[in-house]
Ligand binder design. Structure first.
Ligand code: AN7
Length: 350
């Protein structure tokens, strides 16, 4: 059995004698080196951190296990979040495990079906709002201020603390911080969390350096890059379809303190990166996740020399949740009769 991050990293987490310690199997995710992508992109060492291997298929589980444990400790009976999909799936699962009520607000028609299916099956109360994520989050903030319900969006600091453990794992596995960390940016909680983790490990002398933080938004939802709120965010990467990130200032601080960048990638670049990662590395990430690889490719093409560098891309969620996006421009299959000779002919083996 895996050790819960609540135990493994307890010295870095707000754990007290009263915090329930449990695990749904989150964290300790694979860090996979991909030589084919190193060659393709021109990177010294390239690793993919497979956060889609978490129990609900995204990095949100790291933050949720801590947020839900603290909600339990505080005697809370219900939790609430706004979500582009993954947070709602994670909140619903951990609430179910702990016997709490989960209420989730999602933007109508804009979350991947796999994520919606998760929230339904885990038994969350689902409200589909006629608006975008930013509006949904506004509702949740208002409601959780008025009612005795715990907010489990990344505005909840326990979420950030849980998510920072992924930075610890990278250093624990590599023995050192990487030179660069490539990560998608939506509500900007995760880039904030990773930076916090790298800084804390550096201060604890567990690492001698810190990575440059390279965050990527989608072009149609790039408020931080453009320097203003995007009222109507649009992107194929529905997870990061966010126009007014809650952790905006912290993401900018992570960028500036680390000497990194926050840039944007187009939907076409995202989908191409998703395909490339799947066909060269055998990793099926969701579109938002592919923004990290798309960003790496973009900057490398623009002249960033990574040939002697070690880079990690965070693959934040599994592609299985959003097969619609993956299949949109897919080649049609070859239809064949159940006949050996006919199939040999189609394959050119006749
Ligand atoms: C796969 O689930 O915001 O910058 O409500 O699901 O910390 O927001 C999801 C975000 C990247 C962006 N990759 O992380 C939600 C939600 C995936 C995601 C992000 C999300 P943040």
């Amino acid at each position: 059995m895996r050790t819960s991050i609540l135990v493994r990293y307890k010295d870095y987490l707000p754990i007290t004698a009263d915090t329930p310690l449990f695990s749904l199997g989150e964290a300790d995710t694979p860090l996979v080196r991909c030589k084919a992508l190193e060659t393709e992109i021109g990177c010294g060492e390239l690793y993919l951190k497979l956060e889609g291997c978490n129990p609900t298929g995204s990095f949100k589980d790291r933050g949720m296990v801590v947020a839900i444990a603290k909600a339990m400790e505080a005697g809370s009976k219900a939790v609430m979040c706004a979500s582009t999909g993954n947070t709602s799936a994670s909140a619903a699962a951990y609430a179910a495990y702990c016997g709490l009520t989960a209420v989730v607000i999602v933007p109508k028609g804009k979350i991947a079906l796999g994520k919606l299916a998760q929230a339904i099956v885990y038994g969350a109360k689902i409200l589909s709002v006629d608006g975008n994520f930013d509006q949904a989050l506004q509702m949740v903030r208002g409601l959780t201020e008025k009612h005795p319900i715990t907010l489990v969006n990344s505005l909840n600091p326990h979420r950030i603390d849980g998510q920072k453990t992924a930075a610890f794992e990278i250093v624990d596995v590599l023995g050192e911080a990487p030179d660069y960390l490539f990560i998608p940016v939506g509500n900007a909680g995760n880039i904030t969390a990773y930076w916090k983790g790298f800084v804390e490990y550096f201060q604890a002398t567990k690492a001698r350096s810190k990575p440059k933080m390279m965050g990527f938004q989608a072009e149609g939802a790039a408020p931080i890059v453009r320097g203003h709120v995007v009222e109507k965010p649009e992107t194929v990467a529905s997870a990061i379809r966010i126009g007014n990130p809650a952790s905006w200032k912290k993401a900018v601080a992570a960028r500036d303190e680390s000497g990194g960048v926050i840039d944007m990638v187009s939907d076409a670049e995202i989908l191409a990166a998703q395909r490339l990662m799947a066909s060269k590395a055998g990793v099926f990430g969701e579109p938002a996740s592919a923004a990290s690889v798309a960003g790496l490719i973009k900057l490398s093409r623009k002249g960033l020399d990574l040939s002697k560098k070690r880079a990690v891309c965070i693959i934040t969620g599994t592609g299985l949740k959003d097969t619609d996006a993956a299949l949109k421009d897919a080649q049609p299959f070859i239809e064949v009769p159940a006949d050996l000779a006919a199939i040999e002919k189609v394959l050119g083996w006749a």
